[in-house]
Design a protein around this ligand. Sequence first.
Ligand code: SAH
Ligand code: SF4
Length: 357
Amino acid sequence: MTNKMNIKDLSPKDIEEFAAEQGLEPFRARQIGKWLYQKQAGSFDEMTDLSKELREMLNSNFRLECALELTGEQVSTDGTRKYLFGLSDGNQIETVLIPEKGRHTLCISSQVGCALGCTFCLTGTVGKIRNLRPSEIIDQYLLVNRYNEGSVTNIVFMGMGEPLDNLANLVKALNILMDDHYISMSAKRITVSTSGLVPKIKELGQEVSVNLAVSLNAPRDELRDRIMPINKRYPIKELIKASANFPVPPRKDPMFEYVLLAGVNDSSRDAYDLGELLRGIRCKVNLIPFNEALPLPYSTPSRDRVLEFQKILMSFGINVRIRKSRGVDILGACGQLAATYPAKSPAGTARASGAQL
Ligand code: SAH
Ligand code: SF4
């Protein structure tokens, strides 16, 4: 292990600055980006259209290596795949690939654990262990895309962690994903999901345009305070305003996610209150029936309750979908990721036992 920085922790702008410091033309930085992300070179020496001096300069300043080691993989009966990755410090994270007709969505982790302690989320019970570095975020995409013959079409930051609690590294990773000379993924295919760190939503919007998903989960502060402690700092009105002002890509709308918890936030009154709250705001709503994850003290509402909740919202003219739970049998669905927990798995699930609770 050297003290040299992993070059994949640098954003396109950082590499441009490095090139400028070395007296190089800006196109050299773009060439390096292409080698790293489009040709996925395994070493600087493979970058044959760079001069020997430049390759040596890169070698002496940076390391080029994969930040993740695959330590487990589970496949759900519905085709969802969950990957367990080891980090260099021994921590573990999870990445989930959700194949659907016409799109393969990759659900990426942004932190080891999460500090925000939402009461319905298994990751929240772990607490925050640390932020992921840009290379650890990007390598989730590079590796899973490679394992699946380049078939990943969309990325959602809905894995472990609160992406906006790791804003600087998130922005670097987003710029690597979207830069034309790097991964070149369209902003329309990338979604950042947040529990509602209002000032950070504004900061993110000053840096990039991507899709925004906001975990709302309650239409009134008194209820949201109880299930999402962050609401005490940034109440619903401020959150809705920041979300509505966020620069999503053209012809896209911000999305509000709403995890339905039986008997807690799924009543008809809650649906009417939510409809009123979102009146006049361009948005989509995604209803997520609670994914059961022991030891969380909630349960999933009946199908009828979910449909009734949707019907009421639709009567307000809101575009509302029910998210199908994917990968529940491998604890790969929303809110079920807690790879840092020690193995305590039932017999027969040994391959990724670290991911089981
Ligand atoms: N920290 C970010 C992103 C990760 S959580 C956020 O909170 O938005 C991704 C989504 O999973 C969020 O919308 C969250 O509300 C939802 N979620 C958390 N626990 C869940 C559970 N047990 N069942 C269903 N959805 C859950
Ligand atoms: Fe963290 Fe999001 Fe889970 Fe809340 S729902 S604890 S913010 S990962």
